[in-house]
Design a protein around this ligand. Structure first.
Ligand code: NAD
Ligand code: UDP
Ligand code: UDP
Length: 343
């Protein structure tokens, strides 16, 4: 029965498993909600490489089958089109709960749906975790700090969020998701983990999702001006996706609930980011100023001491090293198949 299919023990080793050669590790059944998205698909790659059985649940709102197409046909991989707002019955050992649009353009598109995804969707996945005794990891966000009055942001900071603004469907949705996660932990004894993710970039980001890194890279490649919102002096800290995935897996496998900030402390103004994009892609790229969006946080930078100490984790890819890795993928998708709507 189950023991044969999933309980088979295999030796893990090498860079992928991060478990010393010779140590045996149980093959896990891992659910990744939002696994056809940008971050989720990179996480799925690592879990598959490690030898786990992976189930992806995704409604393809912002995700694409293309992102996981290389696993289709592998008996350890399963892709289910499903909306987490509806209940689902599955048998798994771990749940990485990522399902939720991450780009402001997408999460503002249908704000009520964003709240439902964060609240009802998270409730369903916690209910599932409770029923089968799975460990549950929530991908929360640096946006829980809102327009922060503390800088850099430490996990103990409670944040400065507008509860009635256009970003609140996401900010408050994630804050509620954190609350639900802790209440299931305290009330039902579920094993939980909470990650607060800071701005992340890399291959497979939606080309036209409106986030600043994907916008600038696509604009520079298309020889369009880089659109800087507001005065461009607001800051963000940009993390390469492989660093994030390593952090998420360490968090899941470790002994600490969190919340943990997962981000790269390197802080850039949007004008500095535009300069880096010019250096990496096109020194002649022009800059065009546009009015900023409502409630845009002025600054953001993670304090990652907690993750460094308790997870032994810190990012290793700098913005200047990470951007070129994304450019290759964007070039292929923008020019490769002679169509620009492949996102
Ligand atoms: P993404 O939009 O690429 O991926 C989200 C995935 O969830 C997509 O595949 C989408 O189709 C799926 N999804 C959305 N709503 C769903 C629903 N109701 N049911 C099932 N599937 C649904 O975004 P991402 O950048 O990969 O982000 C993944 C997670 O990380 C999100 O929870 C996001 O809030 C969090 N996060 C990301 C960042 C970042 O910079 N990328 C920063 C902070 C937090
Ligand atoms: N749920 C789910 N899959 C499961 C178990 C539960 O989708 O395997 C959903 C369930 O439909 C409910 C939510 O998770 O809406 C919370 O479940 P829980 O058992 O905690 O609460 P209850 O069903 O008692 O309200
Ligand atoms: N931004 C910009 N030009 C763009 C897109 C975004 O200057 O084309 C700015 C935006 O105003 C914000 C920052 O870049 O200050 C980060 O925006 P993004 O949507 O990537 O993520 P956020 O951190 O706001 O969720």
């Amino acid at each position: 029965g189950d023991e044969d299919e999933f309980g088979g023990r295999r030796a893990m080793g090498g860079a992928s498993g991060r478990v010393p050669l010779g140590i045996k590790r149980k093959r896990l059944r891992v659910l990744v909600t939002g696994g056809a998205g940008f971050v989720g698909s990179h996480l799925v790659d690592r879990l598959m490489e490690r030898g786990d059985s992976v189930i992806v649940v995704d409604n393809f709102f912002t995700g694409r089958k293309d992102n996981v197409v290389h696993h289709l046909g592998n008996p350890r991989f399963e892709l289910i089109r499903h909306d987490v707002v509806e209940p689902i019955l599955l048998e798994v050992d771990q749940i990485y709960h990522l399902a939720c649009p991450a780009s402001p353009v997408h999460y503002k598109f249908n704000p009520v749906k964003t709240i439902k995804t964060n609240v009802v969707g998270t409730l369903n996945m916690l209910g599932l975790a409770k029923r089968v005794g799975a460990r549950f990891l929530l991908t929360s966000t640096s946006e829980v700090y809102g327009d922060p009055l503390q800088h850099p942001q430490v996990e103990t900071y409670w944040g400065n969020v507008n509860p009635i603004g256009v970003r609140s469907c996401y900010d408050e949705g994630k804050r509620t998701a954190e609350t639900l996660t802790m209440d299931y932990h305290r009330g039902a004894g579920i094993e939980v983990r909470i990650a607060r993710i800071f701005n992340t970039y890399g291959p497979r980001m939606c080309i036209d999702d409106g986030r600043v890194v994907s916008n600038f890279v696509a604009q520079a490649l298309r020889r369009e001006p880089l659109t800087v919102y507001g005065d461009g002096k607001q800051t963000r800290s940009f993390q390469f996706v492989s660093d994030l995935v390593e952090g998420l897996m360490r968090l899941m496998e470790g002994d600490h609930v969190g919340p943990f900030n997962l981000g790269n402390p390197g802080e850039f103004t949007m004008l500095e980011l535009a300069q880096v994009v010019q250096e990496v892609i096109d020194p002649n790229a022009k800059i065009e100023f546009r009015p900023n969006t409502e409630d845009d946080p002025h600054k953001r930078k993670p304090d990652i001491s907690k993750a460094q100490q308790l997870l032994g984790w810190e990012p290793v890819v700098s913005l200047r090293n990470g951007l070129p890795l994304m450019v290759t993928d964007f070039k292929q998708r923008i020019f490769g198949n002679q169509r620009e709507d492949s996102a």
